[in-house]
Every structure is written in C-alpha cells, then in structure tokens.
Design a protein around this ligand. Structure first.
Ligand code: CP
Length: 311
C-alpha cells in the first residue's frame, strides 16, 4: 500500500484484496476483541464537516487496536478564530500524531495536508471528490454476500454529480472488475461523467431486474446551488426506491446506501426495512475495514499477520 489513502487510485487490486481479507480476520474475531498492535500510536480524527458513521467508526477502530485517539471538530476549535487548515494540522502534529483522518469540504484537501505534515493521511471525504474507506466497506459488504466482486452488476442510483461516495465507489468497482452502471437524471451526472467510462441509464425500472446490488446515493441538498431536479417529489417518483420497485430485483440482490438516508426521497421507508437492505451491516463492516486500514498503514503487514493480530 501507498503511504496515504487519499484516493482509490492509490490502491492496486491486490491491495484491495489484502484490506478486505484483513477486515475479514477482524470481523471473524468479533467486536469484543481488542488488539495491542497500535499501542503507543496516536490517530487524530480531523473533521471540518459533520459525520456520524465515519468519525465514530474510525474512533472505534483505532481504540480496538489500542491507539490513542484525538477527536477534532472544527466547530468550537480555533478554526472559529480564523486558524487555517495548515496551522491546525501542524498544531495537531506537534502533539505527536501518527495518522490524520481528514474530512474537509475542499476537494484535494488531503493532498495539501500531506505536503504539510509527516503523519499518514486517510481521506474521510473531501468535497465532492472521494471517500475511499466508504468504497472499501461497500466492497467488503458486497463480497460477503455475493462471494465475489468480479462481474458484479452494481447500479448506482441518484446524485452522482455531488457524491464523493460515487467518486470512490466507481473507481473501486472498476478496479476489482465489477460492472457499475450509473442511473440518474442528466442534471445529477457530473459534466465529466464520460471519464468514468461507465454505462449510464435513465430508467431505474429497466435496470433493477438485472442488478446484484442497487446502491442508492443521498441527494446532497447542502451541495446543490440551483434547481437540479424540478422537485424532490418528482425525483422520488422517477428514481426513488420503494418496496414495489425493489420487488422486481433478483432474489439474492442487495439494497445499499452509505447513509445518512433521506427517507422518502432516494429511499422509501418500505424499502429501507427489507431483508435485502444491508445499510446497518455496512456500518458494522465499516469498523472492520477501518481497523484493517489503520493496522496495515500503521502497524501490521498483511491479512495473515498472526503475530501482530494476536492479543
Ligand atoms: N457515509 C458517511 O460518510 O456517513 P457520515 O457522513 O455519517 O460519516
């Protein structure tokens, strides 16, 4: 693996397999198992945007590996007094941190940060660009259910344009040989969609009967400056998933969503509660993936590193 994890492009297909296999070792050991591997290391969660799942699961992952954890949220910090990202990061590094988990509203912020500090950088979401640990936990969840990733048909539905989750997941699916298809109104596709080299469909009802996974994306209302859809009600009627539409999906297929959900917009309550909906399982798997990342980047060697994993 590269020194940092800022983009899925920094991983090879072999790296992805190693990360997923290592997460599988942690998952099999169960949530009560604690490891001494990162004793003496410090991980800082540096969050300039709100988060529930990513921040808490990185914190839990670091603690299960016995690292010390610093949690920084920009609200209530000296950022309110005008301190820059560079000064904030260098202040935190002066306290002796080994890894910084960064969420920031600016695309590219993890690359800037890596130029200012020696700590390893894990991108926890940069603007509308990437969210690589989310993509890895999604691959892990798909592989656990389908037993493979190669050839898996994954429909990514909704606000591709503003989604860093989509940015990473499209790259990750292509890296492992899966078959992503984008389903969205034209206004919710990025102008650069052709660079993904992925098929685009506009009718969700044509796509659903053929998928292994229907991956719904949150409408990123906070990033929309303009009318991207006539109304949320119309968007929901054309692209939203409810139990009736979900009933046309193949028997073994999954419904996934990175969270947080806009219930009644991209997903109806009736679809969110179906047995094939694995949204809370994605959250659980996120802890194991983030343990694997911290273990591989800060302490361990590979998925069979029994010595380091013992304890
Ligand atoms: N999926 C995700 O990134 O959720 P949070 O914003 O709650 O971290």
């Amino acid at each position: 693996m590269e020194r940092h994890l800022r983009s899925i492009d920094e991983l090879s297909a072999e790296d992805v397999t190693t990360i997923l296999d290592t997460a599988e070792v942690f998952r099999a050991a169960g949530p009560r198992r604690k490891y001494p591997t990162l004793r003496g290391k410090t991980v800082c969660n540096l969050f300039f945007e709100s988060s529930t799942r990513t921040r808490l699961s990185f914190e839990l992952a670091a603690k299960r590996l016995s690292a010390d954890v610093l949690n920084f949220a920009s609200g209530g910090s000296s950022v309110d007094k005008g301190e820059s990202l560079k000064d904030t990061a260098q202040t935190i590094e002066a306290m002796g941190v080994d890894a910084i988990v960064l969420r920031h509203e600016a695309s590219g912020a993890p690359w800037r940060l890596a130029g200012w500090v020696d700590a390893k950088i894990l991108n926890a979401g940069d603007g509308m660009h990437e969210h690589p640990s989310q993509a890895l936990l999604d691959l892990f969840t798909m592989r656990r259910h389908h037993g493979r990733l190669e050839g898996l048909k994954v429909a990514m539905v909704g606000d591709i344009r503003h989604s860093r989750v989509a940015g990473s997941l499209i790259r990750a699916l292509r890296l492992v040989g899966a078959d992503p298809v984008l389903v969205a109104p034209r206004t919710l596709l990025p102008p650069s969609v052709a660079t993904f080299d992925v098929p685009v469909e506009y009718d969700i009802e044509q796509v659903l009967p053929k998928v292994d996974v229907c991956y719904l994306l949150r409408m990123q209302l906070e990033r929309m400056h303009g009318g991207f859809v006539p109304s949320l009600r119309e968007y929901s009627s054309l692209y939203g998933l409810d139990a009736s539409r979900a009933s046309t999906m193949p028997e073994a297929s999954l419904i996934m969503h990175p969270g947080p959900m806009n219930r009644g917009v991209e997903i109806d309550g009736s679809a969110a509660e179906l047995p094939r909906t694995v949204i809370t399982e994605q959250v659980t798997n996120g802890i194991n993936i983030r343990m694997a990342l911290l273990y591989l980047m800060l302490g361990g060697k590979d998925a069979s590193g029994e010595e380091a994993l013992d304890g």
